[in-house]
Design a protein around this ligand. Sequence first.
Ligand code: WT7
Length: 583
Amino acid sequence: MEYEIIRKSRVDESDVKPNLPDYEKMRSEFSWDSVRRELDGFENGWLNMAHESIDRHANSALKDKPALLWEGKGGEEESYTFSELKALSNKFANALCGMGIKKGDRAFIFLDRIPELYVSLFGILKIGAIAGPLFSAFGNDAVKDRMFDSGAKVIITNPKLKKVVDNIKGDLPELKHTIVINKNNRDDFKPGDGETCYYSVMENASEEFDIVKTDEEDLSIMHYTSGTTGKPKGATHAHRAIIGQYATAKYILDFKQDDIYWCTADPGWVTGTSYGMFGPWSNGITQVIFEGGFTAKNWYGVIEKYKATIWYTAPTAIRMLMKAGDAIIKNYDMSSLREIYSVGEPLNPEAVVWSNKVFGMPFHDTWWQTETGCMMIANYPSMDVKPGSMGKPFPGINAGIIDDDGKDVEDGVEGNLAIKPGWPSMFKTYWKNEDLYNSRFKNGWYITGDRAKRDVDGRYTFIGRADDVIISSGHLIGPFEVESVLIEHPAVAEAAAIGKPDKIATEIVKAFVALKDGYEMSEKLNREIAQFARKKLSAFARPREIEFVDSLPKTRSGKIMRRLLKARELGLPEGDTSTLEDD
Ligand code: WT7
């Protein structure tokens, strides 16, 4: 079905002038060097993300401007100015130094969205260490794999999540310190061996700290992301990433100094750091951090209460809001909103049309990845929105659609979405996996792993993943990770995981399981395996459906043919099965 283009006529009428008024003009004039000159930097080309995000403003007229407006799960409220964040992150930097943490060490954060998460992360960056934020819903194995692979020396957590750390500590020889933040009951924590109370070290630490001079190529932050095979990979960024995050936030999210911005993503994912910390704060913007979970009431309530003007969220949440119905929106004042954005999975055209109806503005889809560090393709406030399209490449970004040999394909033809390397926030490596990093580049392109097409008007449309990676509620899930956990169960002989299309979550994880001899298929065993997997993985990566099968289709070389399982599940043609092993 064809959807009508949504005209952004408001742009001419309102007095809010977009930072990017003319896309083509900006594209022809854009230079990353001039963006960089808008940031402070240090002498000799040194650059530090914490300085650009926090201290730069704390040392300016913005020093008393609120940077962070926090609302806790229980309705608690806290607010921090740029100078308060500077002082607190300085204290934390001093505390880390006192514990012997140095430049280049990995420091992981395993917390809910509390202000201390942000303080810790900037403290880590200030000493030149590498921050690794983890999602608080991760189970034992998810945390262990990431901590082990990165060789993290320190983890910052809370008393509840520390139980996970206690379970896996024995397998983490490089972990030396556990810093515990007992926010709700500060005096009630008695540190054990290798444990430190956050509030006691902070109390004794100085507010003065000289940020460690980092080169723009020095590593700053790592996010683990899933591929088709193997464990999650640590996509690691350099301090130069801030240049891309600053520019895209300015020109796509279109920040103005009095904006109140709300990014719904958790910092365990790249959206929650690139645009839940670096993008907005490097622009000196006030942002809301909401610790609570999703309900339509909660979310509309946040927008009304904080008079949010810019809102960045994800398709699964948007579909859940659509499901909650239009009537509820009338109970809230949404009139503060100026622009709204989405990322992470395909945004259905219906959702764009719906938002235009109920909020009076379309969601602007944006496309990027953990590896790209900042938005690559987007819809801009000054541009008409074509529902179902991801928009156009950011000025300074060269995107292309290429065939498997690396050659350009014609407009309108499906191919591999690729980006010309060299943008500032391009990831620097996969941690300890340089070969895999190199394998992502071909014929002078960075290959994204997505299939897409470019329309004649230069807009890009998403088609699907080129691999077996599952997208559920905006999270990438490697089938191999799920399969590895399933086969750890004593009854499971072999397992395969696929993404099964789902109206809300894009896909859910479905697993096919063949049992070992001597085990009987039963409802009870099915539930037991599901619970087993849930405990080891995180809530979103757990298989929501498990189907028992006698055996799995494999290639002659023994690879499970997930593609075939998926085709069968969806009732689609089985395609080329010439490599299928004989039964
Ligand atoms: C993959 C990257 C970057 C933020 C969160 C995801 C899919 C991302 C879109 C979009 C369709 C999208 C792609 C991409 N994706 N944005 N606008 N439309 N699909 O980061 O976990 O690294 O996932 O998410 O498949 O490759 P990530």
